[in-house]
Each structure stands twice: as C-alpha cells, then as structure tokens.
Design a protein around this ligand. Structure first.
Ligand code: PMP
Length: 438
C-alpha cells in the first residue's frame, strides 16, 4: 500500500485531506468479510454501501459477469436489444409489486431518481395534463446527487451549496422523525401517520392538478435511518390517488430483501406507481440501477408517441449493459434459490434485539430499526457535530468492523446472509468502542 500514489483520486463523499493522511484500504472481499490492505478481516456491517445483499464474491454472479463480458462486451440498447437485457427485466419485474412490471435500466440510484421524475412528467404530458409539473419530496430525504435528486431531496448541505440551481417547482413534506414520541421505539412508531396529511396542505396551496409526483424513501436510510410511522405510507397513497398524483418510492436501499420482503412496498402493503432501484439489484457487482414502472404509466407514454418516433427521449449508453444485466439475472436467481428475503424476516427479531442492546452504552441518544436496517444516534460532541460518530467509525474499523455514519448517527445494514453470531458481533463491537471512547 505504501507504493500506492493517493494524489490523483478525488474521493467521493470523503474528507480527502484527512483520509489521505491515514488511509483505510480494502483489497478483497468474501462472504461477510472484507480483507484490509494490512491483511485484517473486516466484518461488513453495512453490505458495502447498503448494496451487497447476497454477501461478497458470490461465484455465480462473478461467473455470469465473466461469461457475458467474454461473449458480448457491449451492446447498445437504443433501437437494438440483447437477450440479457430482457431477461434481467423479467427477473426484476418478477419481484416487484403486482403491475409494476415495466423496467427501465439505469446505472445508479441517482440516475434512477432522475429517470423516475422524468417518467412522471412524461406520463402527465402523454395524458394531456402537461400542467402537472410540480414535484414533492421530503425533508431529510436522500435521492442521490443529480440535480433532480438534490432538488427533491431534503439534505441541507446538498441544497445550500447549489440553491440557485435547483430545479424549480419543488415542495417538501416534513420528515417523519419525532424524537420526543418515538425514541428507542422498536420498528415502526405508533404515532405520526397524520404527518402525511401535510400533503393535503401542499395540495390546497398549489392546486393539486399542478402536482406531478411525490417521492419518498419508504425508510430513509442515508439521512439516519428514519422509520415511517404506522399507516403513514398508506395515507400518502390515499392522498396521491385522490388527486391523480403519482407516488414514487425510492427503494434504492430497501428493495431486494433489506426489510425481509422483496420490496418495502410489499412489506408495508402500499403500492406506489414507480419504484427506483439500484445497489442490490445485481448485488452491486457492477453498476446498475432501474425504475419499475406501472403498466398504466408505461403504456400511456409509449402509446402517446407518434408512429416510428422515440416516445421517451431518455436513456444511458450503459442502460442494461450486458455484464450488469448478467449479474442481475444471477443475483435474482441466487436471492430466490437461497430464500434470502425470508432469512431477513426470520432474523429481524434478533437484529432488533442486538441493536437495541446498545441502549445503555455511552452517548446513545436513540436507536431505530426495521428488518436489517439499524440506526444508533449519538449525542454530538459539543461544537463538533459528526466528530463522535466519525471516531466510532474509525475505531470500529481498527477492531475489524465496517460501519457507516451520517452526522452523529451510526447506520447498520449488513449483507442479508449475516448469521445471528455475526449480527451480535457487530453490535458487541460497537458497544466496546463506545465504552472506549467514553
Ligand atoms: N436514493 C437512495 C434512497 C439512496 O440511498 C441512494 C444512495 N445511497 C441513492 C438514491 C443514490 O444512489 P447512487 O449513489 O447509486 O447514485
């Protein structure tokens, strides 16, 4: 590692100066573990970045990629097709909620979000409602880093830096975190469904017939694990339906088993009109994202297009890249064969107990969880927000555990193949580190 020149790479979402003084490097991965460049086994407490749901280095996926690259290195999917693209769409569609079986492929979650917002606008236009252009996001929402995503997203540093250039006509619902009512609640908070009624207020303010879509993460992940109050998403669905507004679930984190069901939509029993996907779609083995779209929307856009002309002027060079598609097919097969989503449903009670076992550890201010997602909020060090969680993150890495942090919230999302002992080890290690830093 000492030979690696660190100067050229501008690292994303990283304190570059600090990192380069004391780099943390990973060189290989298998199952639940990374191997660091100094040959230590690092237990993966966050599935890479909430994405390696089937665990690392799965032979079936690696083989599928190898085969596809050797056979068809690249093929355009503009006015051309290749079988892997169609097969990948069928496999993904098979685990989406009933009716959301038209799949548009992208290469990342950010692209999926921008694609979904554009599909929503194209749909209303195709239906003769071109005045429906307003988009509604939510405070503390994370929808990637494209201009569409940061506009509907609700993260203030993202928005402040670019405030003059955000897309116009966007409003935000309030976030659903109610610390005084729901601290240390296990799973879904009982109160707060009425926060969805804020949408009625926005409708009254703007005239609902100008609103195209509402986008929310069913469970907000990157902004600190915010679990929706019971009934909240159902209420959002009722209000959007009543006003002809499309509902988009950003399931970049929650799809493909994270909650113990194929999608959060299925877990919560609420079917949106579009679902954004990425990450675990192909176990993150190669970049890929997608949008699952209802037949109603797809057909309206496609049928409204003039004969022989392109109906939806959108796509990426690498949409359904053969290697990404091959990885998606192998991944979806593997999820089914190993019953990975059911595993999470079975082990979620253990995960819940383990994360809430940190309740009495130093600095712990709140704990939140659902499925294989956990968030532990720490009291901030006075005058240095984020510093305490950063220290915990660094010390965990030293002790052989990879965790995520955002502000002073630690986030946990292990691969879905984690067993009870590994889940316990994650939170035992964090407990030890918290006592050490205290
Ligand atoms: N949406 C959500 C809900 C996400 O969690 C993320 C990434 N964590 C994104 C969008 C952006 O995905 P990407 O980083 O692949 O662009």
């Amino acid at each position: 590692m000492s030979q690696t020149d660190l100067s050229n790479l501008w690292m994303p979402f990283t304190a570059n100066k600090q990192f380069k003084q004391a780099p943390r490097m990973l060189k290989s991965a298998k199952g639940m573990y990374y191997t660091s460049s100094d040959d230590r086994q690092i237990l993966d407490g966050c599935a890479g970045l909430w994405c390696v749901n089937a665990g690392h280095g799965r032979e079936e996926i690696v083989e599928a990629i190898r085969d596809s690259v050797g056979t068809l290195d690249f093929a355009p999917t503009f006015q051309m097709g290749h079988p892997l693209a169609f097969e990948a769409a069928s496999k993904v569609a098979a685990v989406m909620p009933e009716g959301l079986d038209r799949i548009f492929f992208t290469n990342s979650g950010s692209e999926s979000v921008d694609t979904a917002l554009k599909i929503a606008l194209a749909y209303h236009r195709a239906k003769g409602e071109a005045q429906r252009t307003r988009l509604i996001g939510r405070e503390r929402g994370y929808h990637g880093v494209g201009f569409g995503g940061i506009s509907v997203g609700g993260i203030s540093p993202n928005r402040k830096t670019f405030s003059a250039n955000l897309i116009p006509g966007v409003d935000h619902l309030p976030h659903t975190y109610q610390p005084t009512k729901s601290s240390f609640v296990k799973g879904e908070p009982e109160t707060g469904a009425d926060l969805a009624d804020e949408l009625e207020r926005i409708c009254a303010l703007h005239d609902p017939s100008t609103i195209a879509a509402v986008i929310v993460e069913p469970v907000a992940g990157s902004t600190g694990v915010l679990i929706p109050p019971k009934g909240y998403l159902k209420r959002l669905r009722e209000i959007t339906e009543k006003h002809g507004i499309l509902l988009i679930f950003d399931e970049v984190i929650t799809a493909f088993g994270r909650l113990g069901a194929p999608t959060a939509a299925e877990f919560f029993g609420v079917t949106p009109d579009l679902i954004t996907l990425a990450k675990a779609i192909n176990n993150a083995a190669i970049p890929m994202g997608g949008v699952a779209v209802s037949r109603k929307i797809h057909d309206a856009v496609v049928q409204a297009g003039p004969e022989k002309a392109i109906e939806f002027f959108h796509g990426y060079t690498y949409s359904a890249h053969p290697a990404a598609a091959a990885a998606a097919i192998a991944t979806q097969d593997l999820y089914q064969r190993d019953g990975i989503f059911n595993r999470v449903a079975k082990l979620a009670p253990h995960f819940e107990q383990a994360v809430h076992g940190l309740r009495d550890a130093p600095y712990v201010k709140d704990i939140r969880n659902l499925g294989f997602i956990g968030g532990v909020e720490l009291e901030s060090r006075p005058g240095a927000p984020g510093a305490r969680a950063y220290d915990v993150f660094v010390k965990c890495f030293e002790k052989g555990l990879l965790v995520r942090y955002t502000g002073d919230i630690l986030a946990f999302s292990p691969p879905l193949i984690a067993d009870e002992a590994q889940i316990s080890e994650i939170f035992d290690t964090v407990g030890k580190v918290l006592r050490e830093v205290a």
